[in-house]
Ligand binder design. Structure first.
Ligand SMILES: CCCCCCCC/C=C\CCCCCCCC(=O)SCCNC(=O)CCNC(=O)[C@H](O)C(C)(C)COP(=O)(O)OP(=O)(O)OC[C@H]1O[C@@H](n2cnc3c(N)ncnc32)[C@H](O)[C@@H]1OP(=O)(O)O
Ligand SMILES: Cc1cc2nc3c(=O)[nH]c(=O)nc-3n(C[C@H](O)[C@H](O)[C@H](O)COP(=O)(O)OP(=O)(O)OC[C@H]3O[C@@H](n4cnc5c(N)ncnc54)[C@H](O)[C@@H]3O)c2cc1C
Length: 618
């Protein structure tokens, strides 16, 4: 295709086969990026041409039967043998078998494997290794390897998610994925010294960006063990836009359909209105439309932040890693929760036709919803964000200045909302900042009280984790609202566009408060009167958005081919499309289905069962 930008390439492929989940998905999304980000220049020189030309087809094999979330608990081992200068990969237990990696069962002939590194009798934690699992000649499985598919799943039917285990498989030492950091343009041999405190070894063997195992098995600690988690941060930063895309497409389908569908006469003898004119339909769909816009903006922000921070990491500056991890983990969870729930509401809003594959909605749903699980289970990711917020809170209490989007933490909470009938965007942001700051403080206070009461750190953590989850969710929600408001206020949009988009942004903020009212009212920040302002404003915004609703979804500019929906067609010819879809169903290619003779005829006409028996023998 000649498209070099990874996200663009991904969306180009998505246009060609929307939500089909290609059997090469992991090759593009994780195998290639891992080589790019975690391999040495020599390893890249050796593997990238093969991988980019589909000689090597790979996946990212980390999760095991017994562990997905807890990476440090993975059981696959890679033990260094200094005599042969090889790593011995082994799956010592049933639960150590790799399980779930996409494109693993039948497609890939290589994978990058996350395994516990052992050298000189000591464990050094999870590291990445390049492993060939099938012959590049005839695709046969190589000795010492068991691999296959895991069977039917909730969705992802076109992806051969698989299992994989090793029986003391030996791989060359240079297959440990380690790359030098690009510390400016210093001569290569100096880089060697950046992370290793020992003598030089031939570059083509053991190259260190993050950690190093020398010929004799000596291990050099990395600057930060989490650098090996880099591929996950990349995908988490990309998933936000992917979730936004799924929700936006579901909004296109359901709102266009709601403009075509007429149902129930508005008054005796009156005409049936478009269902989009029902306030309840607007109440369910318009906030999702606003959310789709908000998540698209959030996705752009977090991916650009990933690129910036990754650039710094490449130069050896790891300072912003914690903030990127907290942002990408939290937004990945927040966006996939919002998108999955929203796509399901869009489906339900389309009535019976929403339940048909012809609507295109079930396919979008089963493609987006696993995003709540893969690349870091959502609750666990929210708790990672909470971990960062707790650190920020204690820094704020010590009077330290906080970076970027966490400056609201530790603010004075003895204030009331400025909300008036007008519902200014600034008052909305203030409300979300207050809610998040209050929940962060409440979680920190809970932790403190448990520890003061004698609980150990991990007991206090678990005993506060619901409040920690609430705080992280409120932090992500604030991020999305503020990012949306900043975009509206910064954008040099035409006045008409600003007016329309301001209503959409206001609705996103207002609806979010009304759907989480307890968290906003618990400390009296809002008065009952102010809540009334918000409720009236929400209904007024529905009327305000209604005339532009179809234009707002058209603006996402998804072609019919990508939507794959009879309900969301640009030309609105829904009923003809549904009828044509039904007529083309394989079961309609014969008037009487073959199962009639075997199963129905003996019931309906038992006297002629013999015919059925004859037919059954066909
Ligand atoms: C652009 C390309 C394509 C475009 C479009 C793509 C769109 C996407 C759509 C479709 C394609 C993708 C299709 C599906 C693919 C699915 C693939 C998979 O599922 S691969 C498996 C994923 N598995 C996980 O994610 C495990 C999750 N678990 C973990 O990450 C860790 O176990 C964790 C973080 C939960 C705990 O790790 P600990 O136990 O080592 O660390 P602790 O003790 O908790 O923390 C220690 C310190 O490390 C930091 N830390 C942890 N992780 C970090 C990280 N990643 N970066 C930086 N710091 C990190 C923490 O903040 C903490 O810092 P302090 O001590 O508080 O200062
Ligand atoms: C469609 C799909 C594709 C995938 N593709 C890949 C792939 O290509 N490569 C790969 O390596 N993996 C892949 N995975 C696996 C995926 O990464 C894991 O399923 C995911 O990391 C979650 O881990 P788990 O399944 O062990 O769930 P668990 O961690 O067992 O989670 C189960 C429950 O326990 C809770 N829990 C776990 N730990 C904690 C904690 N510390 N605190 C609080 N609650 C906790 C979770 O919140 C969750 O509710 C894929 C999964 C799916 C569904």
């Amino acid at each position: 295709m000649g498209i070099t930008d990874m996200q663009e390439a991904f969306y180009y492929r998505e246009c060609a086969a929307a939500h089909e989940n290609s059997p090469l998905g992991l090759h593009y999304a994780m195998f290639l990026p891992t080589i790019n980000k975690q391999a040495t220049p020599e390893q890249k020189k050796k593997w990238l041409p093969l991988a980019e030309n589909y000689k090597m087809i790979g996946t990212y094999a980390q999760t095991e039967l017994g562990h997905g979330t807890f990476i440090r608990g993975l059981e696959t081992t890679a033990t260094y043998d200094p005599k042969t200068k090889e790593f011995i990969l082994d799956s010592p237990t049933l639960t150590s078998k790799k399980y779930w990696p996409g494109c693993l069962g039948k497609t890939s002939n290589h994978c990058v494997v996350m395994a516990q590194l052992y050298t000189q009798g000591k464990s050094h934690g999870p590291h990445m290794f390049m492993v060939q699992i099938r012959s590049m000649e005839d695709h046969s499985v190589l000795p010492g390897i068991e691999v296959g598919v895991i069977g039917n799943k909730f969705g992802y039917g076109t992806n051969d998610n698989g299992f994989l285990s090793f029986d003391k498989l030996r791989i060359p030492r240079e297959n440990m994925l380690m790359r030098y950091s690009q510390v400016g343009r210093i001569p290569r041999e100096n880089m060697l010294m950046r992370y290793s405190q020992v003598s030089r070894i031939p570059r083509e063997n053991m190259l260190m960006r993050y950690s190093q195992v020398h010929e004799d098995g000596t291990y050099v600690k990395p600057q930060n063990a989490k650098l090996a988690y880099g591929s996950m941060v990349l995908i988490r930063s990309s998933i936000v836009s992917d979730a936004a895309r799924g929700l936006a497409q579901a909004c296109v389908i359901s709102i266009r359909y709601s403009a075509v569908r007429r149902q129930t006469e508005a008054y005796p003898g009156g005409e049936e209105p478009q269902i989009l004119d029902y306030q309840t339909q607007q109440y369910r769909l318009f906030p999702l439309l606003a959310s789709a816009y908000s998540l698209q903006l959030a996705g752009k922000y977090v991916f650009n932040t990933y690129l910036e921070v990754n650039d710094q990491i490449e130069k050896g500056n790891l300072e912003s890693m914690p903030e990127l991890h907290a942002l990408s983990a939290g937004l990945k969870a927040f966006s996939t929760y919002e998108a999955s729930a929203g796509i399901e509401v869009c489906r339900i809003c389309c009535g019976g036709h929403g339940y048909s594959q012809a609507s295109g909605l079930p396919k979008i749903y089963v493609d987006v919803v696993p995003g709540c699980t893969y690349e870091g289970e959502n609750t666990v990711m929210m708790l990672q964000t909470a971990r960062y917020l707790m650190k920020c809170y204690s820094r704020a209490k010590q009077g330290q200045k906080l970076p970027g989007f966490v400056q609201y933490i530790g603010q004075n909470l003895n204030k009331k909302s400025c909300m008036s009938e007008e519902v200014a965007l600034g008052c909305l942001v203030m409300a979300y900042e207050h809610r998040a700051a209050r929940l962060v403080e409440a979680a920190a206070m809970r932790m403190q009280s448990l520890i003061q009461g004698g609980k150990k750190q991990h007991e206090a953590w678990n005993g506060s984790s619901v409040q920690l989850f609430w705080a992280a969710k409120a932090h992500c929600h604030l991020f999305c609202v503020k990012n949306f408001v900043d975009a509206i206020q910064a954008k040099s949009l035409s006045s008409k566009t600003v007016t329309v988009m301001k209503s959409v942004c206001q609705l996103y903020g207002v609806h979010g408060i009304l759907e989480n009212l307890g968290e906003f009212m618990q400390d009296g920040f809002f008065s009952g009167e102010q809540v009334g302002y918000l409720q009236r404003k929400m209904l007024a915004l529905f009327e305000n958005i209604r005339p532009n609703a179809v234009a707002l979804v058209d603006a996402f500019d998804y072609p019919d081919m990508v939507l794959g929906s009879c309900l969301g067609r640009y030309d609105g010819q829904v009923y003809q499309a549904l009828y044509d879809y039904a007529k083309s169903a394989p079961m309609n290619q014969t008037e009487i289905h073959s199962t009639y003779y075997k199963h129905l005829k003996p019931l309906i006409n038992p006297e002629t069962t013999s015919d059925a028996m004859q037919f059954a023998k066909l």
